[in-house]
Design a protein around this ligand. Structure first.
Ligand SMILES: [Zn+2]
Length: 367
């Protein structure tokens, strides 16, 4: 596709906010007819012999499919696009979709996955990781095109390193050959490639030039996107080194037998949601394995700025609705969610310490 065609493709993709459940409309109206649909609703295409999986996501964050009215304007010598302020734009992640469509158009070898429900906890990628392990384990690298801003090669997400320094360096050199500045960014949160970190050695996420995602002020640097579309067809993806060992970041499955006194599963899910909300509100920690929640399971909380993982702590929702928080050798037992709410300020001071120097009690009970 030439620049005009690429720009029109992107603008067509952001005509509506296609929320989770509406991905088939994107396919019918805009994507190539020869894409295949998998059993989970994702779309994919394989080109040539390749050990590289490329991903972007078809869904846009939101509660409703809405018509988008956009305008193009100039800022810092670049052309940008944003909406009239009534909707978000959806450049997250139609920018990534546009890049992949252009790579397909240029026959760049790879397995291309257009995933569903990324904004709903990686609905499509989670199922792929769970049921397509054998297929995915043939791949050496997974590159997602779904990072805000400019020049990030995400090297860390869900609180773990997702690709090696060697991989980042060589990819940075490749981009440099074509005049683009990309470097390591260890402050990623999570995108689809995170779900493959326990299967595929090198996983990353690359900046695609959108800003303020998930807000009505979302904007896309169009010139940056067009340049990236071109450069991504030239990069030698297959030559990138494979160094990292796939690492499972989920905790082990709990062994437990259901008892008559146990709360029903949906209640335990609700309790965990509340626990997560309180923890995020108080200390801004994220959960690495919230999508795999089970009662009695160790749910891992991390601070995305804590590269050494010294701040990590564990939360467990027990099957009777009580809660345990564990940090280093401190264990805090909490009778129920109401008790957690009552004590959240005190918990904040405990959970924020990187070392437990100031705490005498090793076991604290909140009733
Ligand atoms: Zn996204």
């Amino acid at each position: 596709m030439n620049k005009v065609e690429l720009e029109n493709k992107f603008l067509k993709l952001v005509e509506y906010t296609y929320i989770y459940g509406y991905e088939d409309y994107v396919k019918e109206n805009i994507l190539p007819s020869d894409l295949k649909r998998d059993q989970f609703g994702n779309y994919y295409m394989k080109i040539g012999e390749s050990k590289t999986l490329f991903t972007s996501h078809l869904d846009t964050v939101g509660k409703q499919k809405l018509k988008v009215n956009y305008e193009i304007y100039e800022k810092d010598g670049h052309r940008f696009v944003k909406t009239d302020g009534n909707t978000i734009l959806g450049a997250d992640d139609k920018a990534g979709v546009t890049i992949m469509l252009n790579m397909i158009d240029n026959n760049v070898p790879g397995l291309y996955y257009f995933l569903i429900g990324e904004e709903t906890g990686g609905a499509g990628s989670r199922l792929l990781a769970k049921y397509m392990f054998n297929m995915l384990s043939n791949y050496d690298r997974c590159v997602s095109f779904d990072r805000r801003g400019y020049g990030s090669i995400i090297s860390r997400q869900v609180g773990k390193w997702c690709c090696s320094d060697e991989f980042v360096n060589d990819l940075s050199i490749e981009f440099g050959k074509y005049g683009m500045d990309f470097k390591s960014d260890p402050y990623g949160v999570r995108t689809d490639s995170a779900y493959f970190m326990s299967i595929i050695p090198e996983c990353t996420n690359l900046s695609v030039g959108y800003f303020n995602e998930h807000k009505v002020t979302e904007e896309q640097d169009l010139d940056y996107l067009l340049e990236l579309c071109n450069v991504c067809t030239k990069i030698n993806w297959e030559s990138l080194p494979v160094v990292r060992e796939p690492e499972n970041f989920d905790s082990t499955e709990p062994e437990y037998v259901q008892k008559v006194t146990d709360l029903p599963m949906y209640k335990l899910f609700n309790i965990f949601d509340e626990v997560y909300d309180i923890i995020y509100e108080e200390v801004k920690f994220l959960c690495a394995n919230d999508n795999f929640f089970k009662s009695e399971k160790e749910m891992i909380f991390y601070d995305k700025n804590d590269l050494e993982e010294t701040l990590n702590f564990i939360a467990i929702v027990h099957s009777d609705g009580s809660i345990t928080l564990k940090k280093n050798d401190i264990k805090i037992k909490i009778k129920n969610i109401d008790s957690l709410k009552k004590n959240k300020k005190r918990l904040k001071s405990i959970l924020s310490f990187s070392h437990n120097l100031y705490i005498d009690e090793k076991s604290i009970n909140y009733n």
